[in-house]
Design a protein around this ligand. Sequence first.
Ligand SMILES: CC(C)(COP(=O)(O)OP(=O)(O)OC[C@H]1O[C@@H](n2cnc3c(N)ncnc32)[C@H](O)[C@@H]1OP(=O)(O)O)[C@@H](O)C(=O)NCCC(=O)NCCS
Length: 269
Amino acid sequence: MANEKPSLNPCETNLLAWFRAKYSLDGHTSFENDRALWGYSSRKAGLCTIAKCHFEEESVRQDIDDILRSYQQENSFANILYGPSSTPINLKDILRKERHCMGPRFLPGMVLELRNLQLVGWVGERISDASVIREKGYPAALWQPKDSRKDATDIITELMSKGLAHTFGAFIEGELASSATLCISDGIAGIYEVVTKKEFRKRGGARAAVNAALGFAKDLNCDSSVLHSYSKVTGLYEKLGYQNIGNFTSMYYSRTRMESDRETGTVPA
Ligand SMILES: CC(C)(COP(=O)(O)OP(=O)(O)OC[C@H]1O[C@@H](n2cnc3c(N)ncnc32)[C@H](O)[C@@H]1OP(=O)(O)O)[C@@H](O)C(=O)NCCC(=O)NCCS
């Protein structure tokens, strides 16, 4: 049934909420249709991402063409990120073979029930004053290319000041060693931007920052926490009790590809 929508898993719904929050900031342009959200940013640390959580089998090629054409018009590349419930057909092959997107790269979606969560060990703290992030340095900004760092710091402080995100930190030797950012939507606590500064790694900082976010979310009666991880980092989250509930697929529509598609005035037939 074309009109019957599959239910999205909580990782997918929270990812849409997180992108919606970022796209609401100045310098971003976004588009939304049923179960899809995509956009561009004029900001260096912005988003050029499509989050599409479900493709109808019969219209998937047309959907993809429409979205890629809009990127060409904006002169933008894109990261096409879609969740495990996306489509009953092999979207990865369509994107790779027919649209020449690069990838795939797989990002495990992970979930943790919060109801019976007992926080053990070091719990970091909430950073409610954005000036702390500016003064001490936002760990997730340092993970970005140099010319995007200021913008990444601006973006997180804007999200915090609008109440769209909460940031948690672990301090080591007086420095903001690790941080984790929380985006709550529909009782689901999404964890994003978990980074420890290089010099403070392997000292429990990331776990402490995530623990602080989880404690805060539990106090707000969130039912579960979700995140999408890198394959090589799942061990960190498994130690916190998260379980894999399926892979997100990330495919890259490169600037080179976008430019050649613009020259021919089309996306591949
Ligand atoms: C991944 C990262 C955040 C870990 O930070 P960290 O402060 O060194 O992690 P912690 O010291 O808090 O580790 C907590 C536990 O998770 C484990 N762990 C940490 N990173 C791990 C990894 N990559 N694989 C497996 N286990 C890991 C640790 O061994 C530790 O276990 P223990 O308590 O039994 O000793 C850090 O390496 C980093 O910033 N990487 C680059 C950014 C990144 O990949 N972020 C994750 C995005 S999803």
